[in-house]
Every structure is written in C-alpha cells, then in structure tokens.
Design a protein around this ligand. Structure first.
Ligand SMILES: Cc1cc2nc3c(=O)[nH]c(=O)nc-3n(C[C@H](O)[C@H](O)[C@H](O)COP(=O)(O)O)c2cc1C
Length: 327
C-alpha cells in the first residue's frame, strides 16, 4: 500500500488517541509492527502560538517513521500556518486533518467533526492545508456525518480526493453517536468503491479476526486500530501474520506483559521524568493487567503506587510473579 510516495509494508495502523499515542506508546506499537503511527490530535492554534506543551506532542523519533501528525482547528489560515510550521520544524511523513473529534469543547469552536456539517469549511481547511504542506501527503480522518440524517459519505470523500487528499480514514459513526452503537462498515465499503485514493477502515476492530473481516468485507486498503491497541501493542505483531504466512506471532505470556510494562514505564520516565512518567503509566497498567489470575491485585497495587520508588517495587513484584507462575 502507498500513501503518496510512502510505501507501507503492513497496512495496519495505530490510530491517533489523545492521552495515549505519545512517543513511548507509539514506539512500542511500531516495534510490534504498526505500519503507520499517528500523534494524538494537536491544536493548530497551539502550534502557531508555539505553546510548549503542544509542540511536545509533535516531537517524534526516526524510529517511528512513517508517522502522521494530526492537527485540528477551525480557521483555514491558522491550519495553513500550523502545517507550514510542522513541515519546516518536524518534517513528518504525513499531515492528517481531524474531521472526527466529537468532543463538544472542540466542535463548539468549529474544530474536529464540526466540519462535517459545514462542507465549505471542510473544503477551505483541506485546500489550505494541502497548499501549505507542499509535497508532504495530506490525509483525512473523519466520521461519516454529523448525525444519521446527514451522512456525507461518499460525497465528501469524492470532493476530498479531487482537492488532492492522499488517503481517507473513515470511522463510520456519526458525531452524535460518539462511541455508541456499531461502526457501520458498509460506509467504508461504499467509500472504497467511490474513490481511487486509499481508504483506511476504522471502528470496532477488536482482534486479528476483525482485521481480516474488515479487509474482506469493505475492500479497504488499510485498517486502523485504536482501543484494541491499548495495553495490547502485540495486536500489530499478530496482524503481520495476515500478510506474511511465515510470520509466527509472539505469544502474549505473563512474562511478556511484565516486560512490556517495564519497557513502557522506562520509556515514559526517560521521556517525561519520574513524576509525570509515573502518573501517565497508571492508565497503561490498567490496560495491560487484565485477564489472568491475580490481575486485579497487581493492577490495584501498580495503579495506586504513591511514589516512583514504590511503583518500581510493585513492578518488580509483578515481574517475579510472572516468572514464577510460568503463565
Ligand atoms: C482515548 C481516545 C482518544 C482518541 N483521540 C483521538 C484523536 O486524538 N484523534 C482522532 O482522530 N481520533 C481519536 N480517537 C478516535 C480513534 O482514533 C478511533 O477513531 C475510534 O476509537 C474508533 O476506533 P476503535 O474502534 O479501534 O477504537 C480517540 C479514541 C479514544 C478511545
């Protein structure tokens, strides 16, 4: 699969997720085999104001390439300036525009999925970003429409392709649905049949069988995974076997969970310092420690550890348990 000139070996991608897809989590998913990883959505306003926290979200390493930086905003000029800034200062492989965020704080100000009900705004933002991006491919991540009476697939996809967008990821829920109901994969199929650029299907893929089903049912070119990757970077390693029959996926033993937790924790602490790293790691522990005997006991201890030293000790105790259990 190709997006613009970027060749992607394994077309299974890590989705942008606010609060999750920072450098440590992205790099672990990449090492597991994710074809592309994305930053969480980054405010175009914050970028052009050079807000330190916003710029930190864009920071990435070469190991993560190909990487997409996702931006959101409501003003074509600001989006254009932000694109230019990212291109010059960070040189990502892809710039992705967020037309999917349903959070009222964002949509009330015309950002994220608000563009789904204002196609003129969507046109203006898209064209401004493509012009500013120069040769960097611009991709879109979108929902299917604002509500069930205003589904804009495939029409919006056809317009976006004409403007020069290089791929579209569709999460086929409406803004109003948020995360309720089911993602309507039929719309991914319709979009794929309507445009010539790659279509990346997203929504309700929970395991490797779902990845295969989504490819087969929709004919999509790539599959993007969000929630099922939380606490489970191995899903990308398992996905490799769909494309390489000789690939033997790693078995997710308790020992591999313990070493993934340790590696994740170390990456976070090295990147953000002990205190922030420790706080950010709590939600990842909740995701990693599930579905095995005593999981809730270790989870509780790790999530509530009240100092860096205690978190290290609890992690060591979990590691010892994993080694002795042989699971
Ligand atoms: C915690 C969380 C944060 C998210 N943040 C973003 C984001 O920053 N940008 C975006 O386009 N989508 C975001 N999403 C939506 C996901 O990328 C994805 O479209 C959605 O979760 C459906 O995919 P899934 O069924 O694989 O989870 C987020 C989802 C979750 C659960």
């Amino acid at each position: 699969m190709k997006i613009g000139n970027i060749k992607i070996d394994i077309p299974v991608f890590l989705a942008p997720m606010a609060g999750y897809t920072d450098y440590p989590f992205r790099v672990l998913c990449k090492r597991s085999g994710a074809g592309i990883v994305y930053s969480e959505f980054v405010s175009a306003d914050g970028i052009i104001r050079e807000n330190v926290r916003t710029l930190e979200m864009i920071h990435f390493t070469d190991e993560e390439r190909p990487i997409g930086i996702q931006i959101f905003g409501n003003d074509p000029e600001v989006m254009s300036k932000a694109t230019d800034y990212i291109n010059k200062n960070f040189k990502p492989d892809i710039i992705d525009i967020n037309y999917g965020c349903p959070v009222p704080k964002v949509t009330k100000r015309g950002g994220g999925s608000a563009a789904l009900k204002d196609l003129c705004l969507m046109d203006d933002i898209t064209c401004a970003v493509i012009e500013a991006a120069n040769n960097t491919p611009v991709t879109i991540k979108m929902r299917a429409g604002w509500d069930r009476d205003s589904i804009i697939i495939p029409e919006a996809g056809i317009r976006l392709e004409e403007f020069g967008v290089k791929a579209i990821t569709l999460h086929p829920r409406t803004t109003k649905q948020k995360y309720t109901g089911k993602a309507n994969w039929e719309l991914i199929k319709t979009l794929k049949q309507s445009i010539n650029i790659p279509v990346i299907g997203n929504g309700d893929v929970t395991n490797i069988a779902d990845i295969q089903k989504m490819f087969e049912y929709t004919g999509c070119d790539g599959v993007m995974i969000a929630r099922a990757a939380q606490g489970n970077p191995w899903i990308f390693d398992q996905a490799k076997s769909l494309f390489d029959k000789n690939h033997k996926p790693k078995i997710t033993s308790l020992i591999s969970i313990a070493s993934m937790c340790k590696e994740h924790f170390e990456l976070l602490v090295n990147d953000k310092g002990n205190s922030t790293g420790m706080n950010l790691m709590r939600k990842h522990f909740s995701n990693y420690l599930k579905g095995f005997p005593k999981a809730s006991i270790f989870r509780q201890k790790l999530v509530t550890a009240d100092s860096y030293k205690n978190m290290v000790l609890e992690l060591k105790a979990f590691e010892n348990y994993a080694l002795s259990s042989g699971l």
